[in-house]
Write a protein that binds this ligand. Structure first.
Ligand code: CA
Length: 671
């Protein structure tokens, strides 16, 4: 494979004639991922795909070294529109390409909190200079790395006009015929519990043939996964959304396969705030990202979400990870009282975990004075407290306290000073108002203020994070998924738990930390473990989710009941499981059916094999991350899926192992 020399920020200006309709190609450093950009009849489009290396047999009598290799284009995205409409200009038609600036981007960085700790990024770049009929300038910037494409618009100042509002984008993604989709609908605004939606808590459609109508008629939330038959897979998302723009999603798809960027709905935030984006020029939009390949490997392992963004401020502390106990998930609202919180602080201490999350309702049920006693107890037993807040404000009817503490800087900073004085490690802020720029400003304000007070932040009832692990160093994770609470609320979600768990690492969790709140070990999901919903997954399946789901702070669902009733190897596993990883490798699996994934923490690899299918499945695993004939600890559920055991297994001399996994069961392998 040809490796191009790393020429950092080398730019070469190429003047192109306005009439040129021939597409301009940008290739990844390995030459195997491409984007073609064209301007034709005043409209700018791009298409993308990968190049398959096809070897032609050597002619008779020629030496083997003379084997010819050609590349064949495999298109994954058909010609799709570019452009946006703003108050100053309409850059969707009458466009002329005035030049292309080619270059190279190179970066190495540390990404402590998700997938891979040390990242090296190389991309070829191209900026396409466009003008409309009135000479208003718009640049489209592409970065093409191996298996990834990121692009955004850059808007220079337009004469004296330095402030614009973007009303809509033409940006689209056109799928070839035969594509199927793994996608999640955007909800109506101001629906659901206490009018708190949208909050990215809808059910995915799996492998659905296009075109398909979305449940609410508002399109689909990021990220969106597509399968193009035998050609491969494509994941579309966006990153780099800060207070400077709104968050977007994909529209409903047209009959001929076109999705376009859709802005927030008018009704979000109780109808308050614009659906568009206010920009002070010069400025850039968020990046839209495409990850593609013949297999799911580049999608599960991609770091494009973080490759193209930068930290927006320095951390005031070296923020740490945590495993937290969390009473609310199984014991629910009634547990947000002093005695039960003492129980869960002590549970964290018994498990050797770092923290305890005190959920909503504490202000009324416990009060500030007795909260300070809980904080003091935390200090005594070496557990760091996390405290829940309602983001409101005035955007929905969510009643839990503490509220009116996070919505403006005056009360927020007063609250955060109190938390800092009491040794609180972080906050979990819930019930946000959607994707408008107005709400993006609140997310950023909370993160920025929290950093000033040395606090980490988890968001719940919220939007998808878009590059935030790198942009905001005290950001931890976001819910933005049908999380573990639904397993308590409804048997339906227990019945689908294995399927959804084998979906998230390919889609939702592939582009952002996911605050799922998982690993439920009780069979019956109520306080006394004798009623409520019934868990369908095996014990080892639940343990495997602790590795499969990524959040640098995990609020696990273990209860005091588990310590008395579960096999001790399960509790020991949960005492030791890390929440941050140095490396992530996709091995096998299919979204919604199964997952074979390996993650490394320091020198320790954890391999999970999770089967959500209706029948048992046998996996012939090749595990080159271990030594030949190495002995491994193997957690499995036994022949009937109901006999969790820990055994030792030995790899073959080729580091291979065959395991059989029952439906809704798993195997975990580690040194
Ligand atoms: Ca929720």
């Amino acid at each position: 494979m040809r490796k191009l020399p790393a020429i950092i920020l080398l730019s070469l200006c190429t003047a192109l004639t306005p009439a040129l309709a021939e597409p301009v190609r940008v290739l990844s450093p390995d030459g195997l991922t491409y984007v073609d950009v064209a301007v034709d009849n005043g409209r700018a489009t791009y298409s993308a795909g990968y190049r398959r290396v096809a070897s032609a047999p050597a002619k008779k009598g020629k030496r083997a070294a003379a084997v010819r290799t050609d590349t064949v284009d495999v298109p994954m995205l058909e010609a799709s529109p570019l452009g946006l409409s703003a108050t100053v200009a309409d850059w969707t038609e009458s466009l002329t390409l005035t030049g292309v600036e080619r270059g190279h981007a190179s970066d190495t960085y540390t990404l402590r909190t998700i997938k891979q700790s040390a990242v090296s990024y190389e991309a070829n770049t191209a900026v396409f200079h466009l003008v409309d009929a009135h000479r208003h300038n718009l640049d489209v910037e592409f970065q093409v790395s191996n298996s990834n494409i990121a692009f955004r618009y850059r808007v220079p100042q337009q004469g004296e006009t330095a402030a614009i509002v973007v009303g809509s984008e033409a940006t689209g993604f056109r799928m070839p015929a035969g594509t199927t989709a793994f996608i999640c609908p955007q909800s109506d605004p101001m629906i659901g519990w206490k009018r708190t939606k949208p909050s990215y808590e809808e059910e995915y459609v799996l492998d659905a043939a296009l075109p398909i109508a979305s449940k609410y008629g508002h399109g689909w939330t990021f990220p969106c996964l597509f399968r193009e038959g035998d050609k491969g897979w494509m994941l579309i998302s966006e990153t780099g959304v800060s207070s400077d723009y709104c968050a977007s999603h994909l529209s409903d798809v047209t009959a001929d396969g076109l999705f376009t960027i859709a802005f927030p709905m008018e009704g979000e935030n109780n109808g308050f705030g614009s659906t568009g984006a206010q920009m002070g020029l010069p400025a850039a939009t968020p990046w839209r990202t495409i990850t593609l390949g013949t297999t799911l490997k580049p999608i599960v392992e991609t770091t494009i979400t973080w490759d193209v963004v930068r930290p927006l401020y320095e951390p005031v502390l070296p923020y740490t990870t945590a495993r937290n106990t969390w009473s609310w998930i199984v014991w629910q609202d009634a547990s947000i009282v002093y005695a039960d919180q003492m129980t869960f602080i002590d549970l964290a201490a018994k498990l050797g975990w770092e923290g305890c999350l005190i959920d909503g309702g504490w202000l009324t049920n416990i009060g500030r004075e007795r909260m300070e006693l809980l904080f003091q107890h935390c200090r005594e037993v070496g557990v760091r407290p996390w405290v829940w807040y309602n983001s409101n404000g005035g955007w929905n009817d969510a009643p839990q306290c503490a509220k009116q503490c996070m919505h403006n800087p005056i009360v927020r900073k007063r609250e955060m000073a109190w938390l800092m004085e009491n040794g609180v490690q972080g906050i979990k802020v819930d019930f946000f108002a959607g994707d408008k720029q107005e709400t993006m400003r609140l997310y950023e304000a909370i993160l920025s203020d929290a950093n000033d007070y040395g606090l980490q932040v988890i968001f719940h009832g919220c939007t998808l994070p878009r590059g935030w692990e790198r942009m905001y160093p005290n950001y931890v994770s976001s819910e933005a998924v049908l999380a573990s609470e639904n397993l308590i609320f409804s048997q339906h979600f227990c019945d689908l738990e294995a399927q959804n768990a084998c979906l998230h690492p390919y889609v939702r969790n592939a582009v952002g930390s996911m605050e799922f709140g998982g690993t439920l070990l009780q069979r019956r999901l109520n306080r006394s473990a004798d009623g409520g919903t019934t868990r369908r997954t095996s014990d080892v399946f639940e343990l495997a989710t602790a590795v499969a789901f990524q959040s640098s702070v995990q609020n696990f669902a273990l209860t005091p009941h588990d310590l008395e009733h579960q096999p001790s190897f399960e509790i020991d596993f949960m005492r030791g499981v890390p929440t941050i990883w140095d490396e992530t490798r996709y091995i096998d699996g299919y979204p919604g059916r199964d997952l074979v994934l390996a993650r490394r923490h320091g020198d320790n690899w954890y391999v999970v094999v999770m089967n959500a299918a209706a029948t048992a499945k046998t996996y012939n695993l090749e595990l080159p991350m271990f030594q030949p004939q190495q002995q491994l600890v193997c957690l499995s559920d036994g022949a009937d899926g109901r006999m969790p055991t820990q055994t030792m297994v030995r790899l073959s001399k080729h580091s291979a192992l065959t395991v059989s996994v029952q439906p809704q069961c798993a195997v975990v392998l580690m040194k």
